[in-house]
Ligand binder design. Structure first.
Ligand code: SF4
Ligand code: SF4
Length: 279
């Protein structure tokens, strides 16, 4: 079963929840789809690391064949091509690798070449198979890396797969939750947290995914706007993680709470059972 963990912004506790649930599940797969800032590896510190480059196809213009008709430029909806000083220029960062300009060219002057946009990395941490993607600096879309990550990790024969999604509700998050059986939304207990939470909640509803919420950084003495919203909208609250100095210290030190602390080991096992009971 594929369980995606989402949040409206970075720093909300999405990686904390997905890493610790994967560790609590013992035999599991953890996939870090936050390809712009992957940090699941920092917690799992896996062994037997295998790295694989991720490439995309981009156009390459054969100047000898090009007659300057500009049909390729008219076709490209992403402004990745321009005709300057009698040459077709390719702005690689804007190219979406659709291949359309190759078809549009009447002269056969557009070829394809491979361009590296990042890598995927896999390894083992105790019983958890860890997969992570990393996008090269300057690239604009992590979607091809996420596609390859999910395809590679999807070949594993494991009961639980936890997908640590990118923050927010952009196309990389949509790609990450496409095949999820259940979504866990992690939300901070503030008004700003509510605003971010509403964005990802809309996304999950749009994809008709079943979901529940884990409220993070809770404080017993403060009214939680996300909790009030969830109660009003009848959204399932799976559990609460209270603000705790011990947790913050362990998390900052890159420790996995489920493996280090008895208290948090039981909390995440309980959360796992709650989630599994919903699927
Ligand atoms: S492959 Fe598609 S996106 Fe890239 S330059 Fe050609 S038409 Fe534009
Ligand atoms: S469509 Fe082909 S021939 Fe026309 S400008 Fe583009 S590359 Fe040159």
């Amino acid at each position: 079963m594929n369980i995606a963990v989402l949040s409206g912004k970075g720093g909300t506790g999405k990686t904390l929840v997905s890493v610790n649930l994967a560790a609590a599940a013992k035999e599991s797969v953890y996939i870090d789809c936050d390809v712009e800032e992957p940090n699941g590896m920092l917690f799992f510190k896996p062994d037997q690391i295998i790295k694989e480059p991720v490439t995309v196809k981009i156009p390459e213009i054969d100047r000898k064949k090009c007659i300057g008709c500009r049909k390729c430029i008219d076709f490209c909806k992403f402004n990745a091509l321009a005709y300057i000083r009698k040459n077709v220029l390719v702005f690689e960062e804007l190219c979406h690798s659709c291949g359309g300009c190759i078809i549009a060219c009447p002269q056969g002057a557009v070829n394809e070449k491979n361009k590296s946009i990042g890598e995927i990395c896999s390894g083992i941490s105790e019983h958890v198979k860890v997969f992570t993607g990393e996008m090269n600096i300057g690239e604009t879309s992590g979607v091809p890396i996420i596609k390859k990550l999910l395809l590679t990790a999807g070949k594993q024969d494991t009961l639980y797969t936890f997908i640590d999604c990118p923050p927010g509700s952009a196309c990389t998050t949509m790609e990450s939750i496409k095949d999820a059986d259940y979504c866990i939304l992690v939300a901070e207990s503030t008004l700003f947290g509510l605003h971010n939470f509403e964005m990802v909640y809309k996304l999950v509803k749009f994809f008709s995914k079943r979901c529940g919420v884990i409220l993070n950084k809770c404080d017993e003495n403060i009214i939680n706007p996300v909790e009030s919203f969830c109660k009003k909208e009848n959204i399932e609250i799976l559990g609460k993680i209270f603000y705790d100095r011990e947790l913050a210290t362990m998390n900052t030190a890159g420790l996995i709470l489920s493996r280090t602390s008895e208290k948090y080991g039981s909390l995440f096992e309980q959360l796992l059972q709650t989630v599994v009971g919903k699927i």
